[in-house]
Ligand binder design. Structure first.
Ligand SMILES: Cc1cc2nc3c(=O)[nH]c(=O)nc-3n(C[C@H](O)[C@H](O)[C@H](O)COP(=O)(O)O)c2cc1C
Ligand code: SF4
Length: 435
């Protein structure tokens, strides 16, 4: 693990850091001023050279995504994804409440690079306090001529609005988010067309995560090569990691992406070990959707590539939830299955029925009425859902599949033990085979 000077969280703990004057006194908005002296294409090139990979979950390079916008467009929208509904993720919240102007500066840089005419910050409903903090910062930025018409005499104009969601996981999916901003039910759209071509109100649109945008002022201020010099190749730049569950110091920490899951749990700068020195039974290291690691797999690096070596979907939101030796895997399964069944929007049959079916099975297993064949059924259901096999409109069902399949397969022995130790007759009663 490399030594690291905080970048994204550098203003954490600074008195009144949410205030424009304080932000400016610490070098804030200088990167944007520098950006305004460049052409939009030069800014896109700089972000491409920095190899800034999206922090919202998929890790797609931001500069490459911006390059998909049609050259002849007249209107462009920027959507800022502050929905942050992936359990147990809260790094966007920390960024917004500790340093809202850093995000606004990132929005200005992305807006300028993409020639956006309006930016919409889509914020999850539960972020009530954070909404007021961000709105206050936005009002200050408007009053200083940083948003609106003819920004800083540049001839470029961009409005910025904060749109509060009603509280649904699926509205974090970029096209569900777009539908929701348009005032419709938050259902993901069939792609293509992709948002870069026909997004918000049918116009070319870029959707970026809060943390991705917060990296931009630092890239523009210190240069792409400085950014690529931080952390491992292909996973460069500063990164926020969340850790929750029964560790001594749960929280949100900044590190380079050569950090391992073990570092995150045990290092004195991060989780500081397990409460009561319990053993780690398992960890969901990247939000639930990426899948689970066993306690023997803690050497996984939290970068964009290593998670796949452990059978996971990816780095995801880099938010780890730790499961200790006392936790019953049946309860973990129940929690995970309930989450996805409740959050599926229901458009795709395999996701709607599959998540519902898995939840019912999980419920029976948790009630002590599971069958060994249920474990095979769970695995099979997860193999026949998701975007990757080409069966669904969005990635929610891939997330459900990875979260459940990895748990059932990696902890199969423990599930089997519980099932074998059940009271006789439970299964028959649960399935109504006998009275
Ligand atoms: C079910 C689902 C939920 C998602 N939730 C979020 C979210 O809360 N925040 C987020 O930034 N991205 C979320 N995403 C990913 C977005 O669709 C999109 O990839 C991301 O906002 C792009 O930003 P980035 O390229 O800066 O990472 C979600 C995806 C899916 C499939
Ligand atoms: S995969 Fe699930 S959540 Fe996504 S669009 Fe289909 S039904 Fe809705």
């Amino acid at each position: 693990m490399s030594r690291f000077e905080p970048i994204l969280l550098r203003n954490l703990g600074v008195p009144n850091a949410t205030d424009l004057t304080v932000y400016r006194s610490r070098g804030g908005y200088q990167a944007f001023e520098k950006t305004l002296r460049m052409t939009p294409d030069e800014v896109v090139q700089e972000v491409r050279a920095a190899d800034l990979r999206g922090r919202g979950g998929a890790g797609f390079p931001a500069g490459v995504k911006w390059g998909f916008l049609p050259k002849d467009r007249t209107i462009t929208y920027l959507c800022v994804n502050a929905d942050e509904s992936e359990p147990p993720t809260f790094s966007n919240r920390v960024l917004i409440e500790t340093d809202p102007h850093q995000l606004l500066e990132g929005i200005l840089i992305a807006g300028f690079a993409t020639r956006a005419t309006a930016a919409y910050i889509y914020m999850r409903n539960e972020f009530a306090e954070q909404f007021h903090i961000l709105q206050h910062a936005l009002d200050q930025a408007y009053a200083a001529g940083l948003f609106g018409h003819h920004i800083q005499g540049s001839g470029w104009s961009m409005e910025c609005y904060i749109h509060r969601g009603a509280g649904a996981y699926i509205c974090g999916e970029e096209t569900g988010l777009i539908e929701s901003i348009e005032g419709k039910r938050g259902w993901p759209r069939i792609k293509p067309p992709f948002p870069a071509v026909a997004g918000l109100f049918g116009k070319p649109t870029v959707v970026n995560n809060v943390e991705t945008l917060c990296c931009l002022p630092h890239i523009m201020q210190r240069g792409a090569s400085w950014f690529t010099g931080i952390g491992p190749k292909g996973s460069s730049g500063p990164k926020l990691f969340c850790i929750s569950g029964p560790v001594n110091r749960p929280g949100c920490y900044e590190a380079t992406m050569d950090i391992t899951v073990r570092d995150l749990i045990y290092h004195r700068d991060f989780g500081q070990g397990m409460q009561n020195e319990k053993f780690v039974k398992g960890v969901y290291p990247g939000g639930l959707s990426m899948g689970v690691l066993t306690g023997e797999e803690l050497d996984m690096r939290m970068d964009f590539d290593d998670p796949q070596r452990y059978g996971l979907l990816g780095l995801g939101t880099a938010a780890a939830v730790v499961i200790d030796e006392d936790t019953d895997v049946r309860q973990v399964l129940l929690n995970v299955a309930r989450f996805f069944a409740k959050e599926s929007c229901g458009q795709c049959t395999q996701c709607r029925e599959g998540t519902g079916w898995m939840y019912k099975i999980a419920q029976r297993i948790a009630d002590g009425a599971g069958r060994l064949q249920d474990l095979d059924i769970l695995s099979e259901v997860t193999q026949s859902m998701g975007m990757m096999p080409g069966l669904s409109i969005c990635g929610l069902s891939d997330g459900a599949a990875y979260a459940i399949r990895t748990l059932v397969e990696k902890f199969r022995r423990e599930f089997e033990q519980h099932i074998r130790n059940q009271k006789p007759g439970n299964v028959e009663r649960a399935l109504n085979v006998v009275n």
